[in-house]
Design a protein around this ligand. Structure first.
Ligand code: ADP
Length: 464
């Protein structure tokens, strides 16, 4: 069942219940207070009579009673049937201005009245209006020995009519309010939920090809506005992710295509004529270099995609920073010597951190390798470490080519290389992306300070 119907039924139901309870309360209250006032009137009349009648055998009592009532109530009672009976129930006197009405009270009521109780009774006769009767014993002042009873009855016709009208008004009131509320509620719910349908339709349409679209439900600051904003933000994130993946595939194909083209080109040339074994050897050696390069790219990509999907596990252990730096320093010495770059170690702090030793080594290795790669012959690369509140910094400072302002924000991007012209001499363009991931996986970061042609300083900041 659609939400708008469920909402409408719910508040229609609740409102009906409240109104029905309220109307029943009103009805009961009116009924009982009207009844009480009728009973009070009957009683005051009956009491006047009972106190003034002295001898029920006196035939003129009714004249006296009527005058008495007129005097004590200020007017002649109308629509009343008054009768006085003896103890056997025989009517001794009667004053009746209700034509054709008569009544008999129940035996039980009669007995209770005889024993001195004031008894009220409602008498129903088919084809006649209901009567309300009070039966009250008369003091036996004449000492006749048998108590007489005075009975005053009044028609409940007006009362019943009033109650009937009240009931009709309440029913019409309840039905109209419930009807209007259900109508208005349905309209409101439909209007309020319209944007949900828009969002649904937009969501159905969204695919990788139309991530440019966004959900437009106008300017709304309510929950649905927020929902649409959340959706739009999600679409934007998907769009970015798709674009990145797309760009990444283009870059990967490009990166792998270049070595393949070189392999194919040189193989074609070599096959054009017979060559001696020395030439083949040199060709195969250069092929091996290209193959190594391709497999390095593929290894790096695998590592990054594992890192992206969260499948990369870190093996945490105690790592002595000093030993780590010295090991990398020894490993890299040979490359530095080859390039005639002076690789030195500066001040090293003797601290231990929790981390994945192999990954940390790989990160430092990348940074030092870059330092050597991007420093001219005769330059210098220095590794040192410092400690500051809760962190250790491993700093790699070089006197190399530096990084221009326009490049520095991209160097951590995949396949980004600042010096496009010397592309192939540099690495795969993935080293810094991997290093950044390793630093972040250790809750650390890599900071760079560099300017074109004035060297660079990479600082690996890792929590202790
Ligand atoms: P690459 O394999 O090309 O070195 P990296 O991701 O390690 O890839 O580095 C990205 C780019 O950042 C490099 O191509 C280079 O232009 C620049 N870069 C990194 N380190 C340095 C450095 N120490 N000095 C100057 N440029 C650097």
């Amino acid at each position: 069942m659609p939400i708008r119907w469920r909402l409408t039924i719910l508040y229609g139901g609740v409102l009906s219940l409240v109104l029905v309870v309220f109307s029943t309360g009103v009805d009961i209250y009116f009924q009982s207070s009207l009844q009480r006032s009728i009973d009070a009137k009957l009683r005051s009349m009956a009491e006047v009579i009972s106190q003034s009648v002295t001898d029920v055998r006196d035939p003129s009592i009714f004249q006296n009673v009527e005058q008495l009532l007129e005097r004590s109530l200020g007017r002649k009672p109308k629509g009343k049937l008054i009768q006085i009976t003896d103890s056997s129930g025989r009517v001794r006197a009667q004053s009746n201005d209700m034509e054709g009405e008569s009544f008999n009270i129940s035996i039980n009521a009669f007995d209770r009245a005889k024993s001195g109780e004031i008894v009220y009774e409602t008498i129903e006769k088919p084809g006649h209006p209901r009567l309300r009767v009070i039966t009250l014993p008369i003091m036996d002042r004449a000492k006749t020995g048998s108590p007489s009873l005075v009975q005053v009855a009044t028609s409940l016709e007006d009362f019943d009519e009033t109650m009937k009208r009240l009931l009709i008004i309440l029913i019409i009131g309840v039905l109209t309010s419930v009807g209007v509320t259900i109508g208005a509620g349905y309209y409101m719910a439909k209007k309020a939920l319209k944007p949900v349908d828009k969002i649904r339709k937009a969501a159905v349409k969204i695919s990788s090809r139309n991530l440019e679209e966004y959900i437009d439900i106008g300017l709304r600051k309510d929950e649905l506005g927020k929902l649409a904003d959340t959706f739009n933000a999600m679409i934007a994130r998907l769009r970015d992710a798709f674009q990145r993946i797309n760009q990444f595939s283009i870059d990967v194909s490009h990166e792998l295509k270049t070595p393949l083209t070189i392999l194919k080109g040189s193989t074609d040339v070599a096959l054009r004529k017979d060559r001696d074994s020395k030439e083949y050897r040199s060709l195969l050696t250069s092929h091996l270099e290209e193959i190594d390069r391709m497999s390095q790219i593929i290894d790096d990509l695998l590592l990054l995609s594992k890192a992206d999907t969260g499948k990369m596990q870190l093996t945490m252990e105690d790592v002595a920073v000093r030993d780590l730096v010295l090991e990398v320093f020894m490993d890299m010495q040979i490359f530095a010597e080859k390039k005639n770059v002076d690789l030195v170690v500066g001040n090293l702090e003797d601290v231990t951190l929790k981390g994945d030793e192999l990954k940390l080594r790989r990160m430092l290795w990348n940074i030092v390798d870059n330092g050597i790669k991007y420093t001219q012959t005769g330059g210098k690369v220095e590794i040192s470490s410092t400690v500051e509140d809760g962190y250790v910094r491993i700093n790699v400072r070089d006197t190399g080519v530096g990084i221009g302002d326009e490049d520095i924000k991209y160097i951590f991007d995949r396949f980004y290389r600042a010096d496009r012209a010397r592309k192939r001499e540099s690495g795969t363009g993935l080293g810094l992306s991997i290093s950044k991931w390793i630093a972040e996986a250790h809750k650390g970061e890599i900071e760079v300070e560099s300017r074109a042609s004035s060297g660079s300083m990479f600082s690996l900041k890792l929590p202790l």
